[in-house]
Design a binder for this molecule. Structure first.
Ligand SMILES: C[S@@+](CC[C@H](N)C(=O)[O-])C[C@H]1O[C@@H](n2cnc3c(N)ncnc32)[C@H](O)[C@@H]1O
Length: 292
């Protein structure tokens, strides 16, 4: 059997199995290609190159078993392969941390934040770091900065440790266990944060793949804004004068604007549109604290 035919067969099985997407792919064909290429030990971006390769009977059996595991377990593919890719960089992941898919990764890789930074940008915080991917990407994008990577979850920080070591960034990325900003005096010049922000109604409707992830990583309370409220209250005291906060809020713009109606946010464009990630200067956040 040719590799492409096996991908098409796997895609049909995934569709018939009713799996959910959103953890690195958005459709059955891409998810099938990921599982097939990974199972065969081929680079995940090399489908075109290898599509005519013959797959032997043993390899076929292994691919089919992996696809069936994906359907039966409803775990995101990244938990089965123990690997997720962001902006061409490979990260280890397992069930102790959410599968990384933050759009802030694009902003770091594409230099979108650069106009907001300067040569004085030295201290960066990745708050809610999960598997550490944004901290690693920030350290890669800005070779002169030091990054604190913080999370409340000791489990997630163990996964982040693997990624910091894997990318040789032990000297520049420090892992800190912290509930919000409690253990983080700062001051920081740049804070990145992809927090738990899913509102309670959406939480109840999430596909099974999301329930395979730590609930702590997703649930943001009734309107999704519990963590964000505390963050905006505490952030100014942890930011240097020129600092900015880059905050991801997923599909919760309506809830965000209802919670903070007078806040002058700069909405940053990503491949998901212009309402998933926003930027706030220290002055803007401090103004909110003065006139809530
Ligand atoms: C949406 S995940 C983001 C993970 C990672 N930054 C990424 O983009 O893949 C949110 C993370 O926030 C962490 N978290 C939840 N509540 C927290 C709190 N009160 N203080 C610090 N981290 C928290 C969770 O453990 C989880 O790792």
């Amino acid at each position: 059997m040719k590799l492409l035919a096996l991908v098409e067969e796997a895609a049909s099985r995934l569709e018939a199995g009713g799996v959910g997407f959103g953890h690195g792919t958005t459709n059955a064909f891409d998810e099938a290609a990921w599982l097939v290429l990974w199972s065969l030990g081929l680079p995940l971006d090399a489908l075109d190159e290898h599509e005519a390769r013959e797959v032997d009977a043993q390899e076929e059996r292994e691919v089919r078993a992996l696809v069936e595991e994906r359907i039966a377990s409803r775990k995101p593919a990244a938990y089965l392969t123990r690997e997720a890719w962001l902006q061409g960089v490979a990260f280890y992941v397992d069930e102790r941390a959410i599968v990384p898919r933050s759009f802030i990764a694009e902003l770091l890789a594409e230099g979108t934040l650069d106009p907001w930074l300067s040569e004085r940008t030295r201290k960066v915080l990745d708050l809610c770091t999960g598997n550490g991917s944004l901290a690693v990407l920030a350290a890669m994008a800005y070779p002169d900065v030091e990054v604190d990577a913080a999370d409340i979850s000791a489990d997630a920080l163990e996964v982040a440790r693997i990624n910091v070591d894997r990318h040789g960034l032990q000297d520049r990325v420090r892992l800190v266990q912290s509930d919000g900003l409690a253990a983080l005096p700062g001051p920081y010049d740049l804070i990145l944060c992809n927090p738990p922000y899913v509102n309670a109604q959406s939480m109840a409707q999430l596909p099974a793949e999301y329930r395979a992830e730590p609930e702590l990583a997703l649930a943001g309370g009734a309107d999704g804004m519990d963590f964000v409220r505390a963050l905006l209250r505490d952030a100014p005291s942890r930011m240097s004068d020129e600092a900015v906060l880059v905050l991801e809020i997923g599909n919760e713009r309506e809830h965000f604007e209802r919670a903070f109606p007078r806040l002058e946010a700069v909405w940053l464009e990503t491949s998901a549109g212009e309402d998933q990630v926003l930027l706030l200067t220290r002055d803007v956040i401090a103004g909110l604290t003065r006139n809530p």
